[in-house]
Design a binder for this molecule. Structure first.
Ligand code: AMP
Length: 467
């Protein structure tokens, strides 16, 4: 199928051609025709499949075919999205696809002053993209009237429910006209979303391009087993490998993200954090710096796991494994976008093995194990090993030092254990141990059993054993 087969209005076809799209993606092929015909749509699509255009193009086409005067405080199209970043991205797509149509697009979300948004909505708009909380604030203030909405989109619906927007969604949909076209998009279809689809959609056409929770196909996924204290040095070491273009590092908590940024900067790696505790200005600045390539590393909580479309992301590092396995799928979906390759590396500490198992069960595959650099079979050394004058502050050098520290600590523990065992053996075998211990040492065989006083542990010990 070609875009010309969809018979979109000429200004839309022109804008799409300028964006470089020639063939509609599978979700676009499936969703655009029924949406153009005015049907409700239930779309199940992985992030990165082109689903924004799957709803934006038919909506813009319908607006263009039926122009109307804007009504004060009103909007003809309402798109609800879970996060501020995703809302901004959707609004930017509407603006780009509709650039040759005389339409107005507004975007409202929390974390920024409300006044400017009130002023933008006052004359009325054609398309309003919003996060649910801020939209309700504007409605309560009398700055927005939802009584003239003709088309509704609920995007990333499962995340909206995860973020606790269920009551806000009920209130908002209660304010919309019953007669409208509605589309609901979600990455997964749990019973709660099916309920919502029944409540908000009328005889929807169901389109699905991938079963839920399959991982992005072009992402090469591996796991490195590493102790918690060694994680940061390993991350810094991996981030400066030459194949890492730009990377997103995921942590489970906001404080964790801030800590990683601080620690990376101590390794002279510029990183920015993006999470819910940062102001909108900080989030926007972080994202802009990352998009433009000024900042190579974005450290994020799961707020950035959905929807964000930054084509140049080469690597995803799961610095902390998510405790909700589906979140892993969303996280790694930030790479290998728009036909590119991508890598996802999970750093798994011993206490995260259960999370790893859940993830592997969800994605129905086992992650390939990547050896810890420096371990037997590990990847070749980075610059520090090949450089005769190593930079003592380079992440590679710091990493090797930490590995050395870890292995010498391990060696020390083994020697202490061995020494302790020897001392115990000698204490418990005052008469028999002398010569036989020496010969056992040389041959490496087991010590002969020794008479053990009642109540003490036996001291048969294999010499050469390390633990
Ligand atoms: P989305 O899933 O909507 O976030 O889109 C993912 C990426 O695919 C975005 O960078 C879009 O610009 C791009 N895209 C969407 N539709 C097409 C298409 N038909 N051909 C090529 N790229 C597309």
């Amino acid at each position: 199928m070609n875009f010309s087969d969809l018979a979109l209005a000429e200004p839309l076809s022109r804008a799409i051609a300028e964006k470089g799209y020639d063939t509609p993606t599978p979700i676009q092929q499936a969703a655009i025709p029924p949406a153009l015909a005015g049907n409700d749509v239930l779309g199940l699509a992985q992030t990165g499949t082109g689903k924004t255009a799957a709803f934006a193009l038919p909506i813009l086409n319908r607006l263009a075919a039926n122009p109307k005067h804007r009504l004060k405080l009103s909007t003809r199209v309402l798109v609800l999205a879970p996060t501020r970043e995703l809302a901004a991205q959707i609004a930017a797509s509407f603006t780009a696809y509709g650039r040759y149509l005389k339409l107005s697009v507004a975007c409202v979300f929390g974390g920024v002053p409300i006044g400017r948004q009130e002023r933008a909505l006052f004359p009325g708009v054609d398309v309003l993209v919003a996060t649910p909380g801020r939209l309700l604030d504007l409605v309560m203030k009398g700055a927005c009237d939802l009584g003239h909405v003709e088309m509704l989109v609920l995007d990333e619906c499962d995340q909206m429910l995860d973020l606790g927007f269920v009551h806000d969604l009920k209130r908002i949909t209660g304010l919309l006209p019953k007669q409208r076209q509605s589309m609901l998009f979600s990455a997964t279809l749990p019973p709660t979303i099916e309920d919502m689809a029944q409540r908000y959609l009328k005889n929807p056409i169901k389109v699905a391009v991938k079963p839920a929770a399959t991982t992005a196909e072009r992402v090469v996924q591996t796991v490195i087993h590493v102790s918690q204290p060694e994680k940061l040095a390993l991350l810094a070491h991996l981030l400066v490998e030459p194949d890492v273009g730009s990377a997103i590092v995921f942590t489970r908590t906001k404080h964790g993200a801030d800590r990683v940024v601080r620690q990376l900067s101590a390794h002279k790696i510029a990183a920015e954090a993006i999470h819910g505790n940062r102001s909108q200005a900080q989030r926007t600045r972080a994202l802009t710096g990352f998009r433009t390539g000024e900042v190579k590393v974005l450290v994020a909580t799961d707020i950035a796991a959905r929807g964000l479309d930054i084509p140049a992301v080469s690597h995803i590092f799961n610095y902390e494994l998510p405790n909700v396995p589906e979140q892993y799928v969303h996280r790694i979906g930030r790479t290998a976008r728009a036909g590119r390759e991508g890598r996802a590396i999970a750093l798994c500490a011993p206490d995260e093995r259960a999370f790893l198992k859940d993830i592997e069960r969800t994605i129905r595959m086992q992650l390939d194990q990547q050896a810890l650099p420096g371990a037997r079979g590990g990847s070749p050394l980075g610059s520090a090993s090949t450089n005769s004058m190593p930079d003592v502050t380079s992440p590679h050098t710091v990493y090797w030092r930490s590995r050395k520290r870890a292995s010498s600590k391990q060696m020390k523990n083994w020697l202490l254990a061995l020494f302790g065992a020897l001392v115990r053996a000698i204490e418990q075998t005052p008469r028999t141990c002398g010569t036989s211990l020496n010969s056992a040492f040389r041959s490496g065989r087991s010590l002969p059993p020794v008479p053990v006083p009642l109540g003490q542990p036996p001291c048969a010990m294999k010499l050469g054993m390390t633990r």
